[in-house]
Write a protein that binds this ligand. Sequence first.
Ligand code: SF4
Length: 325
Amino acid sequence: MSLLSVRDAAQVYTTRRGLFGGRVDVRAVDGVSFDVAPGQTLGIVGESGCGKSTTGRLALGLERPSEGSVTFDGQAMPAPGTADWRAMRAKMQLVFQDPLGAMDRRLTIARQIEEPLEIHGIGDKAERAARVAALLVDVGLRADHGLRHPHELSGGQRQRAVLARALATNPSLLVCDEPVSALDVSIQAQVVNMLTDLQAARGIAMVFISHDLKVVRQVSHQVAVMYLGRIVEQGDPDALFADPAHPYTRALVSAIPVPGPRRLERIVLAGDPPNPADRPTGCAFHPRCPVAIARCRTDTPALRHSPCGRMVACHLVDTETRIAA
Ligand code: SF4
């Protein structure tokens, strides 16, 4: 059973081409579909600008998709800002990359954790104080951390406090957007372990957005790889990282630092991702793809089930050519 269901979601922004150019539609997200079951994590990976954060915002109902639909707990996502949406938001929370930016520097940590309880009318003053104290313990902070202000905590402690606030309303879905990218590697591991422990204990579903494939592999039950607004490969993380099928996924996986001899030779992609306002024809990856064929310049590959057991959007996925990529 799916808790979050996204179907054919597209998000189109209208922008200007250059200073004096005409208006152009940018498809930041284009035809994205996925399901997340209770207690499960979907990891979304891809380079900056691939549409993963916009996908997270659509999943939370912070933006309404231009096309397609988002369903949470069997209900269509209400329009942002409405009373129905606010009620639903208590069950869905966002964890940001930058904990300092996500917090109010003037308020104590305890006050900030209490705030969502107050907003959603949960408990009286004493009950809320007890809940804040329990949440601080759950995320590995001490009671005296609650009396401090955000700048008086370390980066890891701040991210724990942000997580405590996100958990305050007992959500069934967390959307974590680069939640550990700003932390030192040693602290990252601690916060990720705490996050997965809390998720397992509470049965929370997660959408975990990151450019860090190692972290995504560690936390995810399913992984979606995005390129220029579309999912190009989706499936089981162990199989995907062991034998990536899409040439873009192969390049990303080949860049993961590994101790000892490398199984997959490093693939360095030429150039940067194209401007979404100037999307290449056919397969959007073709200008950078090391195994592109003529057809790739004209035909857009559909995301479909492939013999490797995952969903892949590549004309060559059924052929031997991908092996050599
Ligand atoms: Fe490369 Fe063509 Fe596959 Fe796109 S469809 S990833 S360009 S081989």
